[in-house]
Ligand binder design. Structure first.
Ligand SMILES: *Cc1c(COP(=O)(O)O)cnc(C)c1O
Length: 387
């Protein structure tokens, strides 16, 4: 049915020839948008492959097969948002189960675990995943899953994915990675032994700040079937138009990541040399404690740089003075995005917890886009200038 198959090609080739890139019926150069909720049964004794768009839609299917090829899993699934992918995956667990989760997890995931899943008697222990002993010490008789996010948000701490996944397997736990920051271009957790990979495709995969979406990929067919069952049961699916738009964005993932990462390295180096910056967090910096693990498990450092300007007052000054980046929640787009975790992505985290996790009032997170890096640095320089 499809021309390419992802097959044995290099990653950059798979991004373009993933299997669903053409319309099988006409050869059109992009997958058709099947804007339909239901499908006619031509032969009532022989039901069609697709029968209702919550259970399956050909446009969404092309996207789901695409992400499965990129992450190297048995099945992929597309959701209405990153949080829809994450919450649906958590529905693989049951009341009474216990989860071990990265302490500086995405703010929305933290809220889901502490205020919503806790009501359903799914219990969480947050640990510093950079310390394998802390992870091991959190194990309980009812532990069923380990949830990693690496690099973590916004302080870019690095978890050793292979080490934690192997330990999880030994104890019969499901291992899950939120791979939003790295994308499969730089990091493929399933190849490192992980069971489920999650994405907020709203970020780098979509890449244009114009679509909200989530993706999940399961390592095995058995797990993929269970995930599909909860996706259909909860109805958290992505629509056909957004599925098409996401594929449109994903085709340029390699070119965008490579460009933004080179710029991010330059930005991190520049910030690191400044006396008036209290701290710079970027896994590509020589003194970053996770650099060695990052280099072992990924092929790059990504395009997000966090830095502490010293105080909340100064952070707000910088935010009001920058002219190029979007000052906004979100990341991973063609335009640079500067965000203020304490008041944006991590506002739902209690202030004490935020401080404990290094999300200080002076911390800013810079997602580097495709602008000229010289212009971005000059803009930041004028915003940091005392006046
Ligand atoms: C944005 C984000 C999410 C949530 O995704 P949405 O698409 O906003 O629902 C989850 N994890 C990480 C790391 C994110 O950056």
């Amino acid at each position: 049915m499809s021309k390419g198959n992802g097959g044995n090609h290099q990653f950059d080739t798979k991004l373009i020839h993933f299997g669903g890139e053409l319309d099988p019926a006409t050869g059109a150069s992009s997958a058709p948008i099947y804007q339909a909720s239901t499908f006619h049964h031509h032969d009532i004794f022989n039901p069609p492959e697709f029968d209702y768009s919550r259970s399956g839609n050909p446009t969404r299917q092309a996207l789901e097969d695409y992400i499965a090829v990129l992450e190297g899993g048995a099945g992929g699934y597309a959701f209405a948002s990153g949080m829809a992918a994450i919450s649906t995956t958590f529905m693989l667990f049951s009341a009474g189960d216990h989860l071990i989760v990265t302490e500086d997890v995405y703010g929305g995931t933290y809220r889901l675990l502490t205020n919503i899943l806790s009501r359903l008697n799914i219990e969480t222990t947050f640990v510093d995943m950079t310390d394998p002993d802390a992870v091991k010490a959190a194990l309980k008789p009812n532990t069923k899953g380990v949830y990693m996010e690496t690099p973590s948000n916004p302080t870019l701490k690095i978890t050793d994915i292979g080490l934690i996944a192997a330990w999880a397997r030994e104890h019969g736990l499901l291992s899950i990675v939120d791979n939003t920051f790295m994308t499969p271009y730089y990091q493929r957790p399933i190849e490192l032994g992980v069971d489920i990979v999650l994405h907020s495709a709203t970020k780098f995969l979509g890449g244009h700040s114009d679509v909200l979406a989530g993706l999940a990929v399961a390592r095995t067919k058995e797990l993929a079937d269970r995930l599909k069952y909860v996706q259909n049961g909860l109805g958290t699916v992505l629509g056909a138009q957004d599925s098409w738009l996401l594929m449109r964005g994903m085709k340029t993932l390699g070119a965008r990541m490579a460009h933004s990462e080179i710029s991010a390295r330059k930005l991190a180096d520049w910030l690191n040399r400044r006396e008036d910056i209290a701290a710079v967090f970027y896994p590509g910096l020589p003194e970053h404690p996770g650099r060695e693990v990052q280099e072992r498990q990924s092929t790059g450092y990504g395009a997000v740089v966090s830095f502490d300007v010293g105080s909340g007052e100064r952070a707000k000054e910088v935010l009001s003075r920058v002219k190029l980046p979007l000052v906004a929640v979100s990341l991973g787009a063609v335009e640079s995005i500067l965000s203020y975790p304490a008041m944006m992505s991590h506002a739902s985290m209690p202030a004490e917890v935020r401080q404990e996790r290094g999300i200080t009032d002076g911390l800013l997170r810079f997602s580097v886009g495709l602008e000229d890096i010289g212009d971005l640095i000059a803009d930041l320089e004028q915003a940091l200038q005392p006046r």
